[in-house]
Design a protein around this ligand. Structure first.
Ligand code: NAP
Length: 488
């Protein structure tokens, strides 16, 4: 079965390229997929261009587009189990988490269906002889690039608003996790998206991704991934002055005051640090604990980290799976060595599990480093693995200063029993999302994105739709007459 979807047809690649998709639990090949090249990328962008310029889709009544999104939502619910099992095999995450992801993907489609026709622009008061309207229109051809940690979820935050707004798109998932995305595009086809509106190409970032993001016919690039790639995409978009939205990494502070609910804070800190092996852009990988609570908190956290059951994501007893690939594990291991050499104290973890049943997978033990400080690279750089660093603070001011001492600014959390302090600290944190006495929840209705080098733009919420719209001012003189500006 062909895996690229271009101009309404499932098709192979021009050059016949293939790639094996690997199960990170045991290194086995799940299946091979078509591997596109720059020629296929060009074909897909031109198909999206043609579909947009033929204008039927862009001028389809918004309600009709919303109906397609509602249908995708229903189809995702129908196929949840199959998609979740595929996502688990492809990413290594647990089935429970993959099911939650599919539910969240469906919710994103429903949300953008709901808000698609809620803002028809506005009429501007310019006097009785003028009709002046500000309207929102689709941007055009959108290139959408998604990462491997939440392959389907991150793609849906782009695809759903792009369709709701009347754009056409070319989507490229990560080369290592393309399988659930193929399923989603099949559902978009089944839901009735017209020919050429939705296009899918698979292939490496270096070839296909770069060809798509630099394509002169692309009007917008929306990218979720790492900082270095984001910089390269922004630079390549500059030549075409293309709208560029970037959802990049994070090094997210999780601030625990001594008056926090101890059990809740430890429990959520475990999840903040080690959910999906810490391969979460908003992972609470930088833990800040008030001095008087520090030792007790770190001891409890390490004890719970040691009890996390690693295994096959399909096994209901598994609490955490492997890292996504051998290459990525090697990168995380290099950071663990760096942490040691910088003088951080390894409290637990720091190596691969001894269990022979896990030896073929890309596993690492949950790792806690204490005695860290803000000057260390392990504290400042995104590790994107099951590694949490711990720093101490004494005062509220010090906690805020440390939490804001980062080039990133995606998410942060504050744990305290003092309601006033919670609000004061939340107000001062320079991060796109701040949780109080919680970690990780996000809502499709609420904007998601980063301050600083965590990105440009926002996904979800009304702003997440606006990213895919141009704004136009239409001015009509209702009483045309000579202006008399020039006298001759
Ligand atoms: P990545 O290496 O930057 O790759 C992301 C996507 O970009 C993949 O599809 C990749 O393709 C593609 N790509 C790579 N080089 C490219 C290029 N030169 N031009 C165009 N596309 C290119 O990131 P990742 O390792 O997959 O994802 C992890 C990163 O994503 C972390 O930093 C994480 O924090 C971030 N993230 C952010 C958010 C958020 O909401 N802010 C959410 C999730 C993840 P291939 O993989 O096929 O090479």
């Amino acid at each position: 079965m062909a895996d690229l979807f271009i101009d309404g047809e499932w098709t192979g690649t021009a050059a016949g390229g293939r790639r094996e998709v690997i199960n990170p639990f045991d290194g086995s090949v799940i299946r091979s997929v078509d591997e596109a090249d720059a020629t296929d990328a060009d074909r897909a962008v031109r198909a999206a261009r043609h579909a947009f310029d033929s204008a039927d889709w862009a001028y389809t009544p918004t309600r009709r587009r919303a109906d397609i999104l509602y249908r995708v939502h229903e189809l995702l619910l129908r196929d949840t189990e199959e998609i979740a099992r595929t996502e688990t095999q492809d990413t290594g995450k647990t089935l429970t988490e993959a099911r939650t992801d599919v539910a969240d993907v469906a919710a994103a489609f429903r949300y953008f269906a709901e808000i698609a026709d809620k803002d028809a622009g506005r009429v501007v008061d310019a006097g009785p002889d003028v009709l002046s309207r500000v309207v929102h229109e689709p941007v055009g051809v959108c290139v959408l690039i998604a990462p491997w940690n939440y392959p389907l979820l991150q793609a849906s935050w782009k695809v759903a608003p792009a369709l709701a707004a009347g754009n056409t798109f070319v989507l490229k998932p990560s080369e290592i996790t393309p399988l659930s995305t193929i399923m989603m595009v099949r559902l978009i086809e089944e839901a009735g998206a017209p020919r050429g509106v939705a296009n899918l190409v698979l292939g490496s970032g270096a070839t296909v991704g770069a060809a798509l993001t630099a394509h002169p016919e692309a009007d917008l690039v929306s990218f979720t991934g790492g900082l270095a790639t984001g910089r390269a995409i922004m630079a390549s978009a500059a030549s075409g002055v293309r709208t560029t939205a970037l959802e990049l990494g994070g090094k997210n502070p999780n601030v625990i005051f001594a008056d926090a609910d101890f059990d809740a804070a430890v429990d959520h800190t475990l999840e903040a640090s080690f959910l999906h092996q810490g391969q979460v852009c908003s992972a609470g990988s930088r833990l800040l604990v008030q001095d008087s609570l520090h030792d007790r908190f770190v001891t409890a956290l390490a004890a719970r980290a040691d009890r996390i059951r690693l295994g096959d994501g399909r096994d209901p007893d598994t609490e955490s799976g492997p890292l996504s690939s051998a290459e990525h594990r090697a990168k995380v291991e290099a950071y663990i060595e760096l942490g040691r050499s910088e003088g951080a104290r390894l409290v637990t973890g720091g190596h691969r599990p001894d269990d022979p049943g896990l030896s073929r997978g890309f596993f690492l033990l949950p790792t806690v480093f204490a005695d860290c400080d803000r000057t260390m690279r392990i504290v400042q750089e995104e590790v994107f693995g099951p590694v949490v660093t711990v720093e101490r603070f004494r005062t509220e001011d010090e906690a805020v200063a440390l939490a804001n001492d980062t080039r990133y600014g995606l998410a942060a959390a504050v744990w305290t029993g003092d309601a006033s302090r919670a609000q004061r600290v939340a107000n001062r944190l320079r991060h796109g999302t701040v949780w109080i006495n919680d970690f990780h929840p996000y809502l499709p209705q609420a904007e998601w994105g980063g301050f600083g080098q965590s990105g440009v733009g926002r996904e979800l919420g009304p702003t997440g739709l606006r990213e895919y719209q141009e704004t136009k001012h239409i001015y009509q003189n209702l009483r045309p007459a000579p202006s008399g500006w020039f006298k001759g």
